[in-house]
Design a binder for this molecule. Structure first.
Ligand code: HEC
Length: 142
């Protein structure tokens, strides 16, 4: 009896794995990449090389975002980047002269920007920033 159940259980486990695998395979939206391309690529470049089309019209140089870890002793400067994105760490181009994207990550403005905006504004904005940081981390040169 035991021997008959084993293959059966294995089949069930394999089937469950397949079903959940399909569910994940369908979820291919890269939110961080989307955020980056919408809000950052115009200045920082599509691959973070600091060569976006807006760079010519800016007063300051647009830094590469691919060397953030390298410039920080090999560790991604998570907190500084987070604060730069949400505006806590104000840099001139982001918070004053060129507030092109800064407001996107402020809860009040987000309510107007996204249709799927949930009741918990704070966590929604945080998840967008974290997705963006995850993408920036993936852009880092080794
Ligand atoms: C309008 C152009 C512009 C846009 C859009 C923009 N940036 Fe920047 N960013 C700059 C400039 C210029 C600097 C550097 C000058 C400064 O310090 O003000 C900078 C600096 C940074 C830095 C600091 C880099 C370092 O070496 O410390 C980070 C991180 C950064 N940007 C991330 C982002 C992210 C993420 C986005 C999108 C959400 C974004 N930027 C959108 C122009 C832009």
């Amino acid at each position: 009896m035991k021997l008959k159940w084993k293959p059966c259980c294995l089949t069930l486990v394999a089937a469950a794995a397949c079903v959940s695998g399909f569910a994940y395979a369908a979820d291919k939206v890269d939110i961080g990449k989307q955020e980056y391309e919408t809000s950052c690529a115009n200045c920082h470049g599509l691959k973070g090389e600091g060569n976006g089309p807006y760079m010519a019209s800016l007063k300051s140089n647009v830094p590469k975002l691919t060397t953030l870890s390298k410039n920080n002793g090999g560790v991604f400067p998570y907190e500084r980047v987070y604060d730069t994105i949400d505006g806590r760490y104000l840099i001139e181009s982001h918070g004053r002269d060129m507030p092109i994207w800064g407001n996107r990550y402020c809860t009040d403005v987000s309510k107007r920007l996204w249709d799927d905006y949930p009741a918990d504004a704070e966590s929604f904005v945080r998840s967008r920033i974290l997705a963006l940081i995850d993408y920036l981390n993936r852009l880092q040169h080794k």
